[in-house]
Design a binder for this molecule. Sequence first.
Ligand SMILES: [Zn+2]
Length: 350
Amino acid sequence: MRIRILLSALFLLASTANIFSFSPNKSARRTLDFYFIDSEGGAATLIITPARESVLIDAGWADVGGRDAKRIQQAMQQAGITAIDHLVATHYHQDHYGGIPDLSQLVTIKHFYDHGKMTAMTEDPRFAERYGAYQAAAKNHTATLKPGDTIKLKTAAGTPPIKILCVAANSAVISGKESKANPECGATTPQEDTSENGRSVALLLSWGGFEFLNLADLTFNISQRLVCPVNRIGEVDLYQMTHHGGNVNNNPLLLESIRPSVSVMVNGPRKGGHPDTIMWLQKTPSFKALYQLHRNLQIPAEQNTATEFIANLDEQPDEGYMITASVDAAKRAFTVTNGRTKESKTFLFK
Ligand SMILES: [Zn+2]
């Protein structure tokens, strides 16, 4: 009897201890997470959805000894995932899709998306070899994204649905509902553009009132067609500036129309991050912050964004600090963290 009482007491103690040591289930935390991975002037943006699916937009450079693939793998480890569910190759320039063969050697990639098949590209003498390596990594199973297409994603229980919409691809833009004319446009006439940058897949992610726009290297002309004569994008909270923040393709009209609160430049120490673009953005109504993956070393330090918003200050190729963002739809806020300083700032949805 005494033993039974003792056992019961022990059981009670154990289960009570268990109750009190119970911590909130990690999976109950439903955020949408972004990792802007430094590929030294290329692009690689990892998105983890609230249902813990992964979407990678571009995979950095070819011919860098697997550096960018390793950085993507490190970001995946930090995110607690082991495979890429959806990989979008925005266009066939080596700073965007070049790293895919290296990445496919390290991790499983389940679905590939791009703007369509191509047989030649005049500006890349090694196009056949690089495109062949990409197709081999994808085992020739690639899906073509057209404006209006979405990437099928799961909705996490208790959270709003998530949508990734293709707004431009292969030099075409989403038609969408025609609404009232965008007053920013004036008498502009959008031009045709069939450059490879102009063929970039551009994606708009929406989740519970939060909007993220990634234009890859979309050009001035196609950007203009996205917002003129009608604004087909609306306003966004977080914007990955097109073309690494260079001034040729960032269109002030686009910035005035989409009015991003927070922008991220995926620039390199000597690529993109143009002072004109930085100035245009800072003049945009609703501007809250600009993050740069690198300080642009070709201009005076003060023409860059403030140092606290820069992930990599010098030319130290081993650093590769990221910018990350975590979105909480319930709080209608997102928190952006500089990987170098570990400092975070929180911004409210529009
Ligand atoms: Zn690029």
